[in-house]
Design a protein around this ligand. Sequence first.
Ligand SMILES: NC(=O)c1ccc[n+]([C@@H]2O[C@H](COP(=O)([O-])OP(=O)(O)OC[C@H]3O[C@@H](n4cnc5c(N)ncnc54)[C@H](OP(=O)(O)O)[C@@H]3O)[C@@H](O)[C@H]2O)c1
Length: 251
Amino acid sequence: MNDLTGKIAVVTGGNSGIGYATAQYFKEAGANVVITGRSADRVATAAAGLGVKGIVADVTDLSAIDSLVAQVKNEFGKIDVLFVNAGVFNPAPVGQISEEMFDMQMGINFKGAVFTTEKFLPFINDGGSIINLSSINAYTGMPNTAIYAASKAALNAYTRTASTELAPRKIRVNSVNPGPTYTPIFGKTGMAEDQLNEFAGAMQNRIPLKRFGQPEDIAKLVTFLASDDASFITGGEYNIDGGININPILS
Ligand SMILES: NC(=O)c1ccc[n+]([C@@H]2O[C@H](COP(=O)([O-])OP(=O)(O)OC[C@H]3O[C@@H](n4cnc5c(N)ncnc54)[C@H](OP(=O)(O)O)[C@@H]3O)[C@@H](O)[C@H]2O)c1
């Protein structure tokens, strides 16, 4: 099951959280894995911990993506799996959305994701798999997440069209929509620890399975979608959220 033996896999934002766990699962499934991230230190530490190749590439810099693609191509030739995972969560209420925050969040979560695929595309083997890490926020009206949600909804729209256009090459494109998952992402919002704990407690209460996801929960689904076991699955979106998107009126 979920055999990736001999496959070359790239994980953007692989130095932390969901990307890190998925790189670990990809490697255990037999893939040769490349992880990326912004910070040279974090990428080097994670790559050494995982025993995979690490390359620094900020997805907001298209020339950095070109350089990433060139390095991967030189070392591995073509790739089989592209996990477009790098992303940020930057909450702000409607009425206080700055142009800077809008550009930053859309630039990483949507533009950066799109151009990662666009630039790797000539070097993805026919029959390959692209997985876009989206969010259930694409479908919720959670306060303070208007731009984050929009960036993920846009990514899901790109997934659908890309899956149609890439079907002749048998390249599958799917989106994964996690619910709240324990990773460092929330600590990077600048929220104080007691605020974060209150926020996490309130969210956890609304999740029918009464827990946050773990990065490994998401990694298992992504590894399945990357593998040939998912060879008839494209253009799909997979909620993995402990049931929160059911939005039960009573529980
Ligand atoms: N955790 C959740 O509850 C949750 C729920 C739904 C969806 N997601 C999505 O899951 C994905 C992974 O997030 P995570 O929760 O695992 O958070 P995380 O631990 O903060 O990991 C985010 C990763 O993205 C990288 N990254 C951020 N900006 C980048 C840029 N401009 N260029 C290249 N890499 C960049 C980070 O690298 P550096 O450390 O070098 O900056 C890091 O490796 C994101 O797309 C996020 O939106 C998360």
